[in-house]
Design a protein around this ligand. Structure first.
Ligand SMILES: *Cc1c(COP(=O)(O)O)cnc(C)c1O
Length: 383
């Protein structure tokens, strides 16, 4: 069986986890702080706040930016549901900005048009959440210009894009966005089993997310209302959650991060091989922008004939090649239809969904297995 994605865990990763199990701390020990420092340094960000999932990080990012009842948040319909749910979890309204078909990322021209209309209607978004689909960064400089013009904040959903770069800057470094969010789910670029992180250069946002991940509690005297009663003292400043990550997970994350460059290089090599092997078939890989380096979370192709997709998918699955589809447009989920969305609202995301297939791509995929994938795909399409 060849899955579409899977983790790469080596002996050093296993040893790092075992070492924590033999230590004094299973949670909230030195590994969490070490993981945060290592990711922040890698991304050249001031703060990194580790949590138990990217979904939690998105939720905390929205709360820290003041998203609540009456707020409006926009994201891409071509994403995992968490990119939109985070705003709903704060009681906010959600709307979507259609994608550009060739990259499947949020379209900057669609965003600009929608903002101009929203300004006239007096209902601008407080936060926009671009999603770096498949690992390729969105047009962050252009989105930033719009953010300044229309006064919204930016959360990058960089769940696919750990290790990606935009115009030479590592994703997560905060040049264009207020907060960036990573996922460490096993199919993503590096894993902690479950886990996520929010990166920011803003001291206040970082402090809020740190306290909200652990019940809204702080032990930092400088943030307390009034004086501390003693060394045991803590204060609950707001209503937070238990979104903490464990030291067991963070130790795995530190070990995985040391392998990030090798993991990215292998993903990139496999992607280049797919470009070559797929040439001449009636399908189009996603376009890649020259000034961005993708983390290659997914290798997505658009079939020229969308009517074939089901048959091609079934043929590959029958051969043990578990291709997948990313994503069912969020606005077509029953939950979002009940909020008033429906077919035709975001035609490019719907067209992408009809045509797309995600081919197997993960560091341990062997070259001969990749050739088998392409040969099986060829016979599925041409049969
Ligand atoms: C995986 C993913 C998430 C959620 O990540 P978790 O760590 O599983 O919560 C959010 N957004 C996108 C785009 C994702 O791919």
């Amino acid at each position: 069986m060849i899955p579409y994605g899977r983790q790469s865990v080596d002996e050093a990763d296993i040893q790092a986890v075992v070492d924590v199990l033999r230590s004094d701390w299973l949670t909230q020990g030195p590994a969490v702080a070490g993981f945060e420092e290592a990711v922040a340094a890698h991304c050249r960000a001031r703060h990194a706040v580790a949590v138990n999932s990217a979904t939690s990080a998105l939720h905390l990012a929205c709360l820290a930016l003041g998203v609540g009842k009456g707020s409006l948040v926009w994201t891409s319909p071509n994403s995992f549901v968490a990119s939109a749910n985070c705003a709903r979890m704060c009681g906010a309204d959600v709307d979507f900005v259609d994608i550009g078909l060739s990259s499947a990322n949020m379209s900057v021209s669609a965003l600009a048009e929608k903002l101009a209309l929203a300004e006239k209607a007096g209902r601008l978004p407080q936060v926009v959440i671009p999603v770096h689909f498949a690992g390729q960064p969105c047009e962050m400089a252009e989105i930033r210009v719009l953010a300044e013009r229309y006064g919204f904040k930016i959360i990058e959903d960089a769940s696919h894009a750990v290790g990606a770069a935009y115009r030479g800057d590592p994703i997560g470094n905060g040049r264009y966005a207020d907060i960036a969010v990573f996922s460490f789910h096993p199919v993503k670029i590096i894993t902690t089993g479950e886990g996520g992180m929010a990166l920011t250069n803003d001291d206040v946002l970082a402090g809020q997310m740190r306290s909200l991940r652990s019940h809204g509690i702080t032990r930092d005297v400088s943030r307390m209302e009034g004086a501390a009663d003693g060394d045991w003292y803590y204060q609950q400043l707001g209503l937070g959650f238990n979104y903490r990550i464990t030291d067991i997970q963070a130790a795995l994350g530190i070990s995985q991060l040391q392998r990030l460059d090798a993991l990215l290089a292998r993903r990139n090599a496999l992607a280049q091989q797919y470009h070559d092997l797929l040439r001449g078939l009636p399908l189009q890989p996603l376009s890649q922008h020259p000034h961005r380096s993708s983390a290659w979370h997914l290798y997505v192709v658009h079939l020229d004939d969308a009517g074939h997709r089901q048959q091609v998918y079934n043929h590959l699955h029958a051969a043990g090649i578990k291709v997948n589809v990313h994503y069912i447009p969020i606005h077509l989920q029953p939950y979002y239809r009940r909020l008033g969305f429906g077919p035709g609202d975001f035609p490019m995301a719907e067209e992408h969904y009809r045509r797309s297939l995600s081919l197997p791509l993960y560091p341990d995929l062997r070259n001969e297995d990749q050739k088998t994938v392409v040969e099986t795909l060829r016979s599925a399409i041409l049969q």
